[in-house]
Design a protein around this ligand. Structure first.
Ligand code: COA
Length: 170
């Protein structure tokens, strides 16, 4: 199977192992599963699923986010997060979408693929314009966003703000 699979408490060792290869914080992408034991990971999956099903803010401040695994030929190679709405804080940093590919699978087009598939999910969730905030020195992620129709609307020394229209092109 090649495509996105939504996080579920039934996820197992293949996803756990993939998540251990992606740093805890790389270019602002947070991977809270890195460093967990397998048992802790299973608890984390349940919590993440519960949070993603909330419609309002989680714990009064956190926008619910839905996590997807990118599978290529049956192997999980990365993950993406989709937030269905933005707060003022997320407009400054965070945006709607974040993604990461396991280091051993980078440079094969999977970054481009995961964002393309996440944009389809965003559209299905009613997001017509998705915001990505990318570290200014993250050339790979900026390339991924631009390859997927991203438009840079603002930049400073630290960050680049990129909006992507998720509506189908004719
Ligand atoms: C950003 C990331 C997802 C890219 O994944 P990837 O699978 O290597 O990306 P791809 O192979 O699809 O390459 C996408 C584009 O980036 C370019 N690219 C890849 N690595 C690059 C690098 N180190 N420097 C410059 N450009 C790079 C490729 O040439 C390609 O451009 P093209 O489509 O114009 O040919 C991956 O590097 C990653 O997980 N980084 C850590 C987490 C992160 O930064 N996430 C983004 C947070 S906003």
């Amino acid at each position: 199977m090649t495509g996105l699979r939504r996080l579920s408490p039934g996820d197992g060792h293949d996803v756990y192992d993939m998540l251990q290869t992606i740093p805890k914080n790389e270019n602002g992408l947070i991977n809270n599963a890195n460093g967990l034991s397998y048992d802790e990971f299973k608890i984390w999956l349940t919590k993440k699923q519960q949070e993603s099903e909330q419609t309002g803010l989680v714990d009064g401040w956190k926008v619910p986010s839905t996590t997807y695994w990118l599978y290529v030929d049956g192997v999980p190679v990365g993950f993406g997060n989709l937030r269905s709405f933005l707060t003022d804080a997320l407009k400054k940093a965070g945006g709607n979408i974040g993604y990461g590919i396991s280091p051993e699978h980078r440079g094969k087009g999977y970054g481009n693929l995961i964002l393309k598939l996440l944009l389809q999910k965003a559209r299905e969730a009613g997001i017509e314009k998705a915001l990505l905030t990318v570290h200014a020195d993250n050339a790979a992620s900026i390339a991924v966003a631009l390859a997927n129709g991203g438009v840079i609307t603002e930049r400073n020394d630290e960050r680049v703000w990129i909006w992507i229209d998720t509506r189908p092109k004719d």
